[in-house]
Design a protein around this ligand. Structure first.
Ligand code: HEC
Length: 146
């Protein structure tokens, strides 16, 4: 019995350590990518009213162009890199209030909690948006067929 006790204790410690290490690693490694993770959400749920089509554009806000997406909205930022809670875009997609929430109720679609979290993490991680992205409506680079 003298041998089993320390073994049991170390097993417990090992499991606890692995658990903590795993959780920490999961947090730091989950790097959100604009093109792969964020753009498809904006494209699918926001471009309809905040995209290329001038006749359907709402709030004079474009989310398909980097410069516009990072523009000031009149005293408050649409995207404040590193600070989701100060970013109108995140405030809108995560709002509890139906009249604030994007996409609007009438659109008939909603972001999943996971999609909202992807946007939060992306902004928190610095909201990296590649500058050399192809202009919307222009030539798409090979391989990008969306
Ligand atoms: C069906 C049309 C529609 C869709 C789809 C839509 N929006 Fe909007 N959006 C609006 C309208 C209308 C307003 C202006 C009214 C308001 O402020 O609520 C607005 C306003 C906003 C604003 C505030 C702009 C400002 O100047 O304060 C943000 C940010 C925004 N939308 C983000 C989004 C995001 C992100 C998505 C996709 C997840 C999205 N919207 C999808 C119609 C839409």
């Amino acid at each position: 019995m003298r041998a089993t006790r320390p073994t049991a204790v170390s097993t417990v410690l090992l499991v606890a350590w692995l658990g903590a290490a795993g959780a920490a690693a999961g947090q730091s490694e989950e790097k959100v990518d604009y093109l792969a993770d964020v753009k498809p959400i904006l494209e699918g749920f926001c471009y309809e009213c905040h995209g290329e089509d001038r006749t359907r554009r709402e709030a004079n806000l474009r989310l398909d162009i980097r410069e516009d997406a990072f523009a000031d909205l009149g005293g408050y930022p649409n995207i404040a890199p590193g600070d989701p809670d100060d970013s109108e875009l995140y405030i809108r997609v995560s709002s509890e209030f139906a009249e604030m929430r994007m996409p609007p109720y009438e659109a008939g679609t909603q972001l999943t909690d996971e999609q909202v979290e992807t946007i939060r993490l992306w902004i928190l991680q610095g909201a990296e948006w590649p500058e050399d992205e192809a202009e919307p409506g222009g030539e798409q680079p090979d391989g990008e067929s969306r």
